[in-house]
Design a protein around this ligand. Sequence first.
Ligand code: 5AD
Ligand code: SF4
Length: 366
Amino acid sequence: METSEIAGWLREEDPARLEVLWREADAARRQHVGDAVHLRGLAEISNFCARNCAYCGLRAGRTDLKRYRMTAEEILECARLAVSLGYGTLVMQSGEDYGIGRQWLAETIRRIKGETPLAVTLSLGERPAEDLREWRDAGADRYLLRFETSDRALYDRIHPPLPGRRSDRFAILRILKDLGYETGSGVMIGIPGQTFMSLAEDIRLFRELDLEMIGVGPYLPHPCTPMGGPRPADAEGNQLPAAAEGDQVPNSEIMAYKAVALSRLACPSANIPATTALATVNFDRGYELGLSRGANVVMPNITPPSYRALYEIYPAKSCIREDQETFHRDLVRRILAMGRTVGSGRGGNVRFVRARGDGDSSGRRS
Ligand code: 5AD
Ligand code: SF4
């Protein structure tokens, strides 16, 4: 699909036309990745962050937030919980935390891979290539790094770089691919200043980047950030320029579904989650609507409850209320009620796994 055609769908408001989009996305999902919904256990292993993204509740500038970093043993406990709940993947997510050392994490990954059959996904920010290589060698299978927006000027305004380092997430995505990671990226929907054409270009890029995983969710303002107030500002406190009249993408629930559906059509065999941000804007039906409009993955939060409230990238994440087992039981019930099945095994990207010819087993490079 051309960028202009994608933009046309993003602007579409006629419910009957949108039904066509949902139906096409759902058909592509069924044809390419089937009815199984893969569950990934999400462990938020640290809320320390060296970065100052203008929208995020974990930004370094938030001195009021209590910080935590899980121990290796606590992470192993999460891995065991993931296994006991039947999940095939452990996702370790954190802020860009250089207190997570290269060797320490490599050792932790080796322990997880030694003790469990889990696939390991990392989502740890813009780490140097040497870290990414070491972790891949230790057995990490997948890496998630959203590029957030392909509009470079907008990206720069909301992502101050670390001193002396230009932030180039596309370069890192290439490195991840070269290292043999299953690679995931994505964007936020409705960032102040994001235009329909730029979001459409993001979605076209998903295809060009040949991503194995795509995560999109609505931008949710956090009141303790420069962008979260009534007059959204960048990291320096300068007011963010608004998009031209009629060009601004709203951060609405429906826009997020459009982006999920169009991502599915752009990358039919990608693994695409119904994200927590979606479940936050619609607690009762967000997962179902995401899963019936292109998504095939859910990432239940298995972070110990005592840490969970501290991992507040945006306010009131939907999962905060429930313990892991209760959430799990309810989620499985909801998936089955949709006529879908719960995925078994590691749930790797179907094309990626086939190209390697290693079934659903180790996922390692030969
Ligand atoms: N609203 C929505 N998503 C957010 N993220 C960070 N802050 C917010 C926010 N305020 C997303 C970013 C990041 C992912 C882990 O969480 O896309 O990549
Ligand atoms: Fe840190 Fe990621 Fe939040 Fe940016 S989006 S402040 S890198 S946790």
